[in-house]
Design a protein around this ligand. Sequence first.
Ligand code: HEC
Length: 159
Amino acid sequence: MKVPSLGTLAFAGVGLFAVILIAIGAPHDRPPPVATATSSPSPSSVTARGFTLTSTSVDLPIDEQQYPDGPHADVINANCTSCHSPSMAMTQPKLTADQWMATVTKMRDVYHAPVAAKDVDAIVEYLLAMPTQKADGAGQPAPGSKSPPKSSAASDASG
Ligand code: HEC
């Protein structure tokens, strides 16, 4: 059998490509997408062929990517947002300065968070003053977590 020459193969390739392009067609050959009505509010349910689709709304949990504004917010945002969202800290029960210090220390020592020693005080200050710690009862304790111990064993902030 004769091996086809490079020219023959190239010619066949170009032909095949042309056939594919024709099959796809020019963009304007396709029917325009159905215009979605933007003015009227979308119906809360749609029924067709025995199926009913109903719209519903859900409240997602807090999952902000940045800590809310406040003194040293820039420091905590620079150090504490790479591994988990702020909600991890913002859903903690009201903690003392020592407990926050223990948490930040754990982030650095156990999880190897790259936090400069000079930034630790500013971070703890922010955590103590952040809105969910200030407002009484606003810091929703995680389900099952106990309120922070008042006196003994306060150094264990292992969550
Ligand atoms: C290197 C990754 C990393 C960085 C950076 C980091 N964390 Fe964490 N953090 C973790 C991990 C891992 C957990 C544990 C998650 C779990 O238990 O599911 C955690 C958990 C927490 C918790 C939950 C309570 C606890 O003690 O487990 C808090 C609060 C927290 N981090 C605050 C911070 C703060 C504040 C910073 C900035 C100083 C920070 N994290 C930076 C990895 C990190």
